[in-house]
Each structure stands twice: as structure tokens, then as C-alpha cells.
Design a protein around this ligand. Sequence first.
Ligand code: PLP
Length: 438
Amino acid sequence: MKGSIGTVSSIDNNIQKYYSKLFNDHVLSVEEILRNHVLSLNVDSCETDGENAFFVADLGVIYRQHIRWKANLPRIEPYYAVKCNPDPILLKLLAVLGTGFDCASKSEIQTILDLGVDESRIIYANPCKQASFIRYAAQRDIRMMTFDNIDEIYKIKRYFPSALLVIRICVDDSKSICKLSPKFGAPLDTTEILLETAKSLGMEVIGVSFHVGSGCYEENIFVDAVYRARYVFDQAERLGYNFHLLDVGGGFSPAFDEIGKDNITFEKVASLLGPAIDKLFPSDVRVIAEPGRYYSASAFTIATHIIARRTTLHYINDGVYGAFNCILFDHQVVQPKVLCKGGEFTFEQEIEEPEYSCSIWGPTCDSIDCITKKGYLPELIPGDWLYFEEMGAYTICAASQFNGFKKSNIIYTTTDLLTDFALTHHAIRFHLILIIID
Ligand code: PLP
């Protein structure tokens, strides 16, 4: 079984075999992995491995986010947005948990199909597609795909006339950190002509999709978007279509309630979005979503080594050309914390020392490679370690190897499965997956 994921039924068949291993193995916590790794550094070795920045991925977080989704938005089927973090083990886990996938390119589609995922669990959610990619989708029978313009309808008609089209509409993205409406989404005053064109070409349009923008911080925006989708459903009905799919896109925050903070949370979004959908769409309308950040953001922590210091400037061994590209592309503000100082492991500990104003820079020879221009940290020297949490979304996927710096490796673990959740059945499967892919 090693190296392959197996189907859910083959996993079931192996439950007995692995049962004792499941409950006897000690699963390392993120803290233990960080500690083992940084304290095992051999200072006399020429090998770079122990010194390199590295990620710890806690797949338990992905699993718990899935359970949380199911509990809060039972009607909405998540189609994970592969672009957000296409880590192969994360994708395998989601495949076994039964999510669908939002793919934006031929290679993303290929990756998901190679996991053995059924074609019907993929939506090709890129409204502006290369012709050869549409031909590939036709060949592999990936029928569901989005469009938002007339040219795309003609293109799809030519290369994949039996595609199931989903019209992506423009919604209010003013309350999102990463806006998508400047590039995608048909304004509501164009949807009628688009649908008429599709109809005249004999194309099957099955529903509406939208995306409120990534990093949405206002839950009412989702409700407004649902109303807009209803408007287009009604329009389509008048034109003779019978829409039966609503795709509410991504933009879901992974955040939990924070004491004393009026922050957006997944639960707040769900408490408005779920009822709005139920009010406006009969139960025979299938509802899907394309969450990315929601699943992966909190699952990844990165540890970086301080490789050099120049007065108050600290240089670490991953930067904006690597995993921290999220600062430039995704407008993320990252939070450095001290992991190991003077050989002392300090994960999640208060350090009772004065803090000094400092800046943190990546390892490349470019001055754009700055992680924080101004922060406050205790005095740190080369050889100390920092860590950054919430590094799982839009990080690794766009990392380059500019200047010859390798992408940071990932160490996997899984925490709090059987203790936190009563869904033992799923938990067993999940443990098995980890053993299989080990
Ligand atoms: N769907 C589409 C079409 C997207 O472009 C994106 C992100 O850009 C997503 C889903 C995922 O968004 P998020 O990570 O905010 O959930």
C-alpha cells in the first residue's frame, strides 16, 4: 500500500490491519516536530538540511476544518480551490474526505484526476481558458466550467459543445483583501445577452457562480452575492433555462471568534449564508463552494533560521521569492515569533526580555525581499530561529527558487483527531491515510 492512496473501500478493508497501530502510535505535535528539528541541528556539518527553513503541516487542521464545514454549511459541497495550496498530501486527504476540487488549469485538473477523483468532482473554475485546456477538459470529460464573456462561449462551443456551463457573475468585492472583480465576473447588465448567446448556440448553462474576493472580512457580502445569483437564476428561467447549480465561490475566513475582537469568523459567514441560500433556492438546487484559504491557511507553520544580522536587520532563510511571496501577492501581514533563542526552545512562551525595533529580510540579494519592515523582538543573533503561523494559503504554491534558494521542505503531522471529535469512523480513515502515504 505504501505510496498509493487507495480507494475509500480499500482503506476500509485495511482498517483491521492497521487498527492497533492507529491507537498505539504517538502522533507528534507541531511543537514537538519544531523542537526536534531545530534542536537536532549539527553545527559542525556542511549539510544545509538541518539549517534550512521548513514547514510543519498539521493535517489534523485540514480534517477539523472539513468537519467544521460540514457542521456549519451542510448544504454546501466544498470544492477545494487547488491553487491555494496544491500540496500533494493535503490534496490526497481532501480526496479521501470526499471534497470536490476547483481547478484553474490543465495541470491542476491532471493532478486531481491522478488522485483517482471522479470527473464529476471537478469544476474548471477559470472563466478565461486556453483553447487547448478546453480540449483537454473535453478529452477527460470535465464538463462543469465557468465563463463570463461572449468569446468564451464561442470557444467552449467549438472545443467542448457538451460542456455544462456556469455563468460567473460580478459581485461586490469591496470588503475583501484580494479583489477578483476587476478581472472576472459578468456584470448583471450583461448576463442576459450572455445567456441569450449561449442559448442560441445550444449550450447548456446549468447555474451561477461568484467569488466575493479572497480574504473577505464582511459576512453580509455573501448574502448580497446570493441575491444577485437569484436575479440571474430568474433571468435564466425567463430565457428557458432551468438552472440547478449555485457555486458560492471562495473567500471564506478560517478564523474562530477571538475574545475582545469583532472579527470575521467562518461561523458568522455560515450563519448568514446558509439561511439566505435556503430562503432563495429550493432544495433541488445543488450548492457548491470553492474554499481555499479556509482549509489550508492554519495548517502550515514555517520555521526559519536567522542566517545573518546587520545591526537591527535580521536575515532569514526564506523570503518573498519563496513562501513569503504571500506578502506581495496575497497582501498577507505575517507575524514573526521566536522559536529558539540561544539554544533555548521558546515556542509559545512569553520571553521576559526587552524587545527592540528590528526588520526581517529574506535571503536573496534583492531589497524587495523584506518580510517585516518594522517589528519588535528580543535581541536575536544568527543561529536563532523564528516561526510564523498561518502560512498554508497562497505561500508554497507561488514560491520560486530565485538566487538558488530551495523551497522549504514540509514535515507532516496530524493532531487531535480522536480526542476532539466523536466522528471516530472518519478519524480512523484519516489515520490510515497517513500511514499509507508515510
Ligand atoms: N475560486 C476561484 C475562482 C478563485 O480565484 C479563488 C482564489 O483566488 C478561490 C476559489 C479560492 O479563494 P479563497 O482561498 O479565498 O477561498
